[in-house]
Design a protein around this ligand. Structure first.
Ligand code: GLY
Ligand code: MN
Ligand code: MN
Length: 434
């Protein structure tokens, strides 16, 4: 991502904030995994969006119209000894030269410097509740200013939800963001293809999961979320991540895995036969899910609302379940009664971006949001029939199927970013046989 893009975002935000305001956004913190080992650090997506800065212990401050510079980055100081142990730091010089800050101070000096920047401002743009420790410090600084009110210091009088504005900005993807999302999609497609080709009865779920580690890491990208690799009945557990079991001949394998490129996620699910051929029962359910997927994607176009694809998927799945005799009754009544939820209990998608379940409101007031060009969402209908399902014939047991793709809303419809990965049953069988 080019520095100019981050600058454009900050400028856009500052324009919306107006004069006599200040925005404050802390970075993510390192989290201890055990003893003195940390989890791999992942920057908070809002912070990444405005700075591209990937270190912890930093605070972004924006002060529109500030004479000595509008973009201030508090971050860790250079420290040769610490850097010898734990890696390089940008320091104040790097914050300015590499990350485009107008001004930068050591994070340890924030108590001395930030209160002065708050003084005299009308509004503080900040997200309350995300960073409990920082909330307390900020309130402390404001109380400190209040204590000086009698000497004529102007105390900021309102907090404005920063995330509300930022998340709306993040919902519309720029050309540069789409370039990264296309790259994430392409790497992910190759990883899923590899998994299909290397899958075989007798292997373990973790061995297939390792193919994703391999394909992602060799492209220098990370998982966007823990991979779900579920054989047979494990495919019916929506957030299954144990990935321990052996793959059985005749079962399906559901894989929901995705990587992120510079933070931008791809999120794909495919469900394929472990031995390379769907059984007739698996194929029947598969084709119902595929039809729902197609019906949902057709509803992705500007002017339709967020829930149109879901409604189409629900109608299509309910009709399919009636045809398979898994549901009995009148189509409209079964939809109204949400009878499908026994087999299809999640929604048809979510926004996709810097977070895999990306930010952005799904409703405006009490109306579903209208789809607009530049929004990216997933389409991911499924049917799940665990063993032991009462009143369900055994031939359907342990069939868990989801088909998930990443879809961009374009000017006149949609573009499937993950379209290169086979989706039709026959195409998947062909790839597995090749
Ligand atoms: N991988 C998470 C999801 O599909 O929503
Ligand atoms: Mn998803
Ligand atoms: Mn997924």
């Amino acid at each position: 991502m080019k520095p100019a893009e981050f600058k454009r975002r900050r400028s856009q935000l500052m324009k919306m904030m107006g004069r006599n305001t200040i925005a404050i956004l802390p970075s993510a913190s390192e989290i201890i995994r055990n003893q003195d080992v940390h989890f791999p650090f992942r920057q908070h997506s809002d912070f990444l969006y405005l700075t591209g800065f990937k270190e912890p212990d930093a605070v972004l401050v924006l002060v529109p119209g500030r004479k000595h510079g509008e973009y201030i980055l508090f971050c860790r100081e250079k420290d040769p000894e610490q850097e010898t142990w734990n890696g390089r730091r940008a320091g104040q010089e790097g914050a300015i030269e590499t990350y485009g800050a107008d001004d930068s101070f050591p994070i340890d000096d924030i108590d001395d410097i930030l209160p002065g920047m708050l003084e005299g401002k009308d509004s503080i743009y900040y997200t309350i509740g995300n960073y409990p420790d920082f909330d307390k410090r900020l309130i402390g600084w404001i109380n400190h200013i209040k204590a000086q009110a009698r000497s004529g210091v102007h105390v900021p009088s309102e907090f404005v939800a920063l995330d509300y504005i930022l998340h709306d900005m993040r919902l519309y993807k720029s050309r540069e963001e789409l370039r990264l999302m296309r790259k994430a999609a392409a790497i992910n497609v190759r990883a899923h293809q590899r998994a299909m080709q290397l899958c075989a009865p007798g292997k373990h779920e973790y061995e297939i999961a390792a193919e994703f580690d391999h394909e992602y890491r060799r492209n220098n990208v990370d998982h966007a979320y823990p991979a779900i690799v579920g054989g047979g009945g494990n495919g019916c557990i929506l957030h299954y991540t144990d990935n321990q079991d052996q793959l059985q001949d005749g079962d399906l394998l559901l894989i929901d895995a995705g990587c992120e490129v510079e933070g931008y996620a791809s999120d794909i699910t495919r469900t394929f036969p472990i031995n390379g051929r769907y059984t007739p029962a698996q194929r029947e359910v598969y084709d119902v899910v595929l039809a729902a997927h197609q019906a949902a994607i057709k509803k992705v176009k500007p002017g339709n609302h967020w829930n149109d694809p879901h409604n189409a998927a629900v109608r299509s799945i309910t009709r399919g379940l009636i045809e398979l005799k898994l549901l009995k009754g009148n189509l409209n009544k079964l939809i109204k009664d949400q009878a499908y939820r026994r087999f299809y209990m999640h929604r048809t998608g979510h926004w996709l971006g810097l977070d895999v379940h990306d930010v952005g409101d799904y409703k405006v007031g009490d109306q579903w949001r209208l789809l607009e060009p530049g929004m990216v969402m997933t389409i991911e209908p499924g049917i799940y029939i665990p063993a032991g399902s009462r009143g369900v014939r055994r031939k359907w047991w342990d069939i868990g199927i989801r088909i998930e793709d990443d879809v961009l809303v374009t000017r006149d419809g949609y573009e499937i970013l993950t379209d290169a990965l086979p989706r039709k049953a026959q195409e998947i069988e062909n790839l597995m046989a090749s």
